[in-house]
Ligand binder design. Structure first.
Ligand code: WQD
Length: 335
């Protein structure tokens, strides 16, 4: 049975990926420093799959601990989620973001190579494209100057990995996520609400639940059909399954280059207003909202061309926007 290290494996996307790894017959060991999650997620994963992942509470900023981990465990691959991901926070704390997202990446890669572990899946983001010139966005679209330190760490991360695959036997797949939403059907894992939600869906859900007074829609003067910004909202379980497909591609040496990139989205662009309306329809809950100014740094529209992932990974989305919104509400009700 192949054993996979999942860093950040108790986080939102990490935990859903651990469940799918276990469902696919992999053994999992998780590293998490619990800075943005709670240890209960480990039990919640176990309650879904019946298999308790091995767990090490390690902060990847501690190089020695990373070295000790690879002495203690033999793994066949690494899926690397551990990073900070709040765009606004990254503007206020750039040095923290560079240390927490970049230094840690170099320590993990270094110890992988030192221990002959060569299969690496990287959590990247469509944010590397900025406002793409053409939609839908393909993997050949040029990356744009980062608009936040968070986005810069994703672009830099890809560069570090690409250079490392050229100089060593490392093989890597970077998955460029669009907008992950939703929760596992059991409502035992989901996006943990810590503080005021920065992302749209958690804010919509908390407004419907009466936790938030009113959703602010950041601008309705974009050049889009209804004036609000367009994104590609993908169910987190579909996203998790893309990681299994990517991992299998490397393990079975089906990769066509030692550093590959795939856009992981639904291929459909949805506006903010359309999200609100779909949520109200699916949950029969009202979402109070008001339109305010645009949020600095936001782009007008982004949605994926998923042809490459469909073809090369043999992966496609199975859930609809409504499925994802329904699961978000069920998750909120379980909290
Ligand atoms: C979606 C849309 C907002 C909140 C970012 C990162 C990306 C990834 C996901 C980490 C936008 C609008 C939002 C609100 C609103 N991050 N909105 N009111 O900005 O597309 O992507 O989060 O993994 O890398 O760039 O996602 O959910 O913040 O915003 O109107 O209260 O909803 O303006 O148009 P975004 P988001």
């Amino acid at each position: 049975m192949k054993k996979i290290l999942v860093t950040g494996g108790l986080g939102y996307i990490g935990s859903h990926t651990v469940v799918e790894l276990q469902n696919s017959g992999f053994e999992v060991v998780i590293i998490d420093n619990l800075s943005n999650t709670t240890i209960e997620v480990l039990d919640n994963i176990t309650s879904i799959t019946g298999i308790k992942p091995q767990f090490e509470q390690i902060d990847l900023k501690n190089k020695e601990d990373v070295q000790l981990f690879f002495k203690k465990y033999t793994v066949d691959g690494v899926i690397h989620f551990a990073a900070s991901k709040a765009v606004g926070e990254s503007v206020e704390l750039p040095l923290f973001y560079y240390e927490n997202n970049i230094s840690t990446l170099t320590y993990v890669l270094k110890e992988m190579i030192a221990n002959n572990v060569y299969n690496f899946i990287f959590s990247s983001s469509c944010t590397v494209y900025g406002q793409a010139d053409e939609l839908p966005i393909t993997e050949n679209a040029p990356t744009k100057p980062a608009k936040s330190p968070y986005a810069a760490t994703k672009k830099m991360g890809e560069l570090i990995i690409e250079d490392t695959t050229k100089a060593t036997e490392l093989k890597s797949i970077a998955l460029r996520y669009f907008n992950p939403i939703g929760a596992h059907k059991t409502a035992k894992i989901g996006e943990l609400p810590i503080g005021v939600p920065q992302n749209l869906i958690p804010y919509v859900v908390q407004t419907a639940a009466g936790i938030r007074e009113c959703l602010s829609i950041f601008g309705d003067d974009y050049p889009t059909p209804d004036g609000t910004a367009i994104r590609d909202y993908i169910h987190v379980v579909d996203l998790a399954k893309a990681h299994i497909a990517a991992l299998n591609r490397l393990i079975h040496n089906q990769n066509k280059a030692n550093c590959e990139f795939f856009n992981i989205g639904t291929g459909t662009g949805i506006s903010v207003l359309e999200v609100v309306k779909a949520f109200e329809k699916v949950t029969e809950k009202k979402v109070n909202f008001k339109v305010v100014d645009r949020r600095a740094g936001d782009i007008t529209a982004a949605y994926a061309d998923t042809t490459l992932a469909n073809k090369e990974l043999g992966w496609k989305t199975e859930f609809t926007l409504e499925d994802a919104l329904r699961s978000s509400w069920k998750w909120q009700e379980s909290l």
